[in-house]
Write a protein that binds this ligand. Structure first.
Ligand SMILES: *Cc1c(COP(=O)(O)O)cnc(C)c1O
Length: 363
């Protein structure tokens, strides 16, 4: 049975993108590849709001998230932790043998800039990781406010995960002073999973040059050296790069401002629908994500039953809660290529599925 994903990644991939990915292979050291790679850079730099290069890594986003920690941390990294992905970054830093400080917030709370300031002021840290849009609980941190604090500590290299927000709203890398900005392809860009994009400042590369044991596959200096030749360090997923080229054309055709407006509008439609049913947003008020909504199961519904009906009768898949939030929340994505029409069809199906969903016995 085929069905359509409205989970917060991977999301549905268009026929156009899939066709673009099915083009014949070219050699990754050929002039055709160099032309392809270089043709992407101006459009990618525009979306990252940066003058720095944008590397293409044949890994999912975690590849470059691990790369960032391995390349820029010498002393100690401060991990801002407010959800599953943010928490895991602390675990990854530990596994890479990097001294790491855990700055913990409750899931659903944004990263508090003043708490970041207090920690960085101890002088122990030379890097910080922040998740812009914590997908696990649909919480979007005010990255401009956090970066304004981070930039007061010149020694600290900033690493920001924009995996589920990139291209859905402007994130002005250079203006905010983000050193390493990372995204994946399977979220708002609506490509299949398997490629990540990462833009790195000169400062961060200078730090990396002083760090030993960067390894090979995730070495930012290898990415930079190859970037200068219009290439990637090793054979990349060329189909993904064809797909990315096609997607960048789509984004240009739509226009970035209309694209941002579309995501905001669809996100609001889903909220309006859910509030009318009596659901509430899980994240702190004012910090809800614009690419997905994470709703608290305030109606005490049998969420697995709802998801089952929605999938089997209507062919749509939403998410029943991440990790410790399973059963307590549900998430609906409005990333990628969704339109007013496709969201309206989903909400209609949800109406129908809700009507057959039992409530759980009161605890
Ligand atoms: C999906 C996601 C990731 C993980 O990406 P992978 O592509 O699975 O490695 C990391 N951070 C955030 C915020 C995400 O939404």
């Amino acid at each position: 049975m085929s069905y359509k994903l409205f989970i917060p990644g991977p999301v549905a991939v268009s026929e156009k993108t899939l066709r673009a990915m099915a083009q014949p292979m070219i050699g990754h050291r050929s002039s055709d590849f160099v032309a392809l790679y270089q043709s992407l850079q101006p459009d990618l730099q525009a979306l990252f709001y940066t003058k720095d290069p944008v590397y293409l890594s044949t890994t999912s986003a975690w590849g470059m998230m691990e790369a960032a920690v391995r390349n820029v941390v010498k002393k100690k990294v401060l991990n801002c932790m407010n959800g599953a992905f943010a928490d895991k970054w602390n675990d990854v830093a530990n596994r890479c043998g990097k001294p790491a400080g855990a700055l913990k917030f409750d899931w659903g709370q944004p990263v508090d800039p003043e708490a970041v300031r207090r920690e960085l002021a101890t002088g122990q840290y030379d890097a910080v990781t922040v998740i812009h849009n914590e997908t696990s609980c649909g919480c979007m941190t005010d990255i401009a406010a956090v970066m304004a604090v981070v930039r007061q500590f010149p020694e600290v290299i900033s690493v920001v995960d924009t995996v589920s927000s990139f291209s859905a709203l402007p994130i002005r890398k250079d203006e905010l002073g983000i050193d390493v900005m990372i995204t994946g392809t399977q979220k708002a860009l609506a490509l299949p999973p398997g490629l990540s994009l990462c833009s790195v400042s000169k400062r961060a590369l200078e730090r990396a040059a002083t760090v030993t044991e960067r390894g090979y596959y995730l070495d930012l200096l290898e990415f930079q050296a190859n970037h200068e030749k219009g290439m990637t360090p090793s054979t990349p997923s060329i189909p993904h790069i064809y797909g990315l080229k096609s997607k960048l054309e789509d984004i240009k055709a739509e226009g970035v401002e209309p694209r941002y407006a579309r995501h905001a509008r669809l996100n609001q439609s889903v909220r309006t629908w859910a509030f009318a049913k009596g659901f509430k947003l899980f994240p702190k008020a004012g910090y809800g994500s614009v690419t997905l909504n994470c709703f608290a199961n305030t109606l005490n519904l049998d969420l697995p039953a709802l998801l089952k009906v929605l999938k089997s009768k209507h062919g749509f898949v939403i998410d029943g809660g991440y990790g410790k939030l399973k059963g307590k929340t549900f998430r609906i994505s409005n990333m990628g290529d969704e339109t007013d029409d496709t969201i309206a069809i989903l909400l209609k199906a949800l109406d129908s599925a809700l009507a057959e969903t039992p409530k759980l016995p009161a605890a």
